[in-house]
Design a protein around this ligand. Structure first.
Ligand code: A3P
Length: 275
């Protein structure tokens, strides 16, 4: 006869490092850190605190899935492991690689008005360059001295072409496996926006309004602190002041994105209200 294997109940509930079941794939400056931090409060979620850049950086991808698994936090089998690297959404080679890891990976994308996203991205680049970046936003995003022609190949612009990127993911994943989060709603009403994330991930309802309080110094809703002397707010690099932008250049951006935004609303079935 065939011996029935003995299952050690202790072993069954062992914490292990597991490959992610869900990924926050983008977009840069959409509100990706906020989503990960808010989700981390859920008792059934184990979030990888750092951006691993496994699928978008070849030197990491070459290290293999075992290496990737090692970067993940410990979890029980019934918990969800989640990683976020905002470059995944816009990197052409990534959807296939994620599919090869697991075709059932759930994908989360935080999107924000692409014109505002571009300004936020510039503000980050400006800060990171610590005074070395002399160009204004207007010169950075256009290619002529009159600022009438957008630099359409600049990542500052291409990242916001959400519908085009989505098509690449839909070659591998069904639409229902991608969930879009409104970056604007995430700021206004995080509990509500996160409740639909819970539903999408099949999590028990946990996140609600009581998890947040308005921090007037930060100017944002922050998580109710669990550790004394911690504000529960995101770091100073989240919620930076934006430069004021020339109206003509802003209109140029708006006009450029409008048809792409419309396509995106149709593809996702949600009007994000950016036009
Ligand atoms: P700004 O710095 O332009 O305001 P990411 O984490 O993907 O880089 O996104 C950063 C953006 O998250 C910030 O952009 C900010 O608007 C947004 N955000 C959303 N909720 C936030 C919160 N509760 N606290 C701070 N920033 C938040």
């Amino acid at each position: 006869f065939q011996e029935i294997p003995y299952i050690d109940s202790e072993n069954e509930t062992k914490q292990e490092r597991r490959l992610p079941n869900a990924l926050v794939v983008g977009v840069r400056k959409g509100g990706t850190r906020a989503v990960l931090d808010f989700l981390s409060r859920h008792p059934s979620v184990k979030a990888c605190p750092r951006e691993v850049h496994f699928f978008d950086q070849q030197e990491n991808y070459k290290r293999g899935l075992d290496w990737y698994r090692e970067q993940m936090p410990l979890s029980f089998p019934n918990e969800i492991t989640i990683e976020k690297s905002p470059a995944y959404y816009v990197t052409d080679s990534v959807p296939k690689k994620v599919f090869e890891m697991s075709p059932s990976t759930k994908l989360l994308v935080v999107v924000r008005d692409p014109a505002i996203r571009a300004i936020s991205d510039y503000a980050q680049i400006f800060d990171n360059n610590k005074g070395a970046l002399k160009q204004s936003f207007e010169s950075y995003i256009t290619e002529d001295p009159e600022h009438r022609l957008l630099r359409k190949r600049s990542p500052l612009i291409t990242i916001g072409m959400y519908a085009n990127h989505l098509n690449k993911w839909l070659q591998y994943f069904p639409r229902e496996q991608v969930h879009f989060i409104s970056g604007e709603e995430l700021i206004r009403n995080p509990a509500n926006e996160m409740k639909s994330v819970e539903v999408f991930l099949g999590l028990k309802p946990f996140i609600n309004e009581r998890l947040f309080y308005y921090n007037s110094t930060k100017g944002f809703l922050c998580l109710t602190p669990v550790t004394p002397n911690r504000s529960g707010c995101l770091s100073d690099t989240k919620g930076r002041p934006h430069p004021s932008v020339d109206e003509g250049v802003f209109t140029l951006l708006r006009d450029f994105y409008r048809p792409l935004n419309e396509k995106f609303y149709t593809a996702t079935g949600r009007d994000f209200g950016w036009n």
